[in-house]
Write a protein that binds this ligand. Structure first.
Ligand SMILES: Cc1cc2nc3c(=O)[nH]c(=O)nc-3n(C[C@H](O)[C@H](O)[C@H](O)COP(=O)(O)O)c2cc1C
Length: 151
């Protein structure tokens, strides 16, 4: 059994809807052999990361960057996980009011440093989250889970 870890910062109903869609995709019955574990970013530990085989990351854009919560997560786990987790697959979703450029740049820089492998580009939503956006989130979850399990 492979383990998929969802690390998310969810401070509003908008982020909650995106998180639930990603989790629903990751736990779809169509994919077998994957156990999904979820952790709020402020509680996730290096052990959580080391014990997982792939990652889904979710955050709002705050002050032109990743949320402090997700940044704290990376600050905590970066060096303890640097060698052991290289080449593991990941996906991400971000939500902002208007501009996610700085947050995306930071995410790419950090995950490149970790040598994590993006399974697909991040889902980025600005403003109101619609049905199509939630479908993209579902697909994101299912795509990363399918990378680990069998369809
Ligand atoms: C302190 C703070 C800073 C923010 N900075 C940005 C920002 O730089 N760029 C952006 O697009 N959205 C920014 N936002 C909006 C948040 O990304 C947004 O509130 C969050 O994704 C949740 O969405 P919701 O308020 O529609 O539920 C900020 C929100 C807060 C509270």
């Amino acid at each position: 059994m492979k383990r998929l870890l969802i690390v998310h910062h969810t401070p509003s109903p908008t982020l909650q809807a995106m998180y639930e869609a990603v989790r629903d995709g990751a736990t779809t019955d169509e994919i077998e052999g994957v156990e999904v574990v979820t952790r709020p970013a402020l509680t996730a530990s290096a052990v959580d990361v080391l014990e997982a085989d792939g990652y889904l990351l979710g955050t709002p854009v705050n002050l032109g960057y990743l949320s402090g919560a997700l940044k704290h997560f990376f600050d905590l786990v970066y060096y303890p996980c640097l060698e052991a987790t290289a080449r593991r697959p990941f996906g991400a979703y971000l939500h902002g009011d208007n501009d996610a450029t700085g947050a995306l740049r930071a995410l790419e820089s950090i995950t490149t440093g970790l040598k994590w492998r993006a399974v697909r580009p991040p889902v980025v939503v600005a403003g109101r989250v619609g049905k199509d956006d939630l479908e993209d989130c579902w697909e994101l979850g299912a795509t990363v889970a399918a990378e680990l399990g069998t369809v």
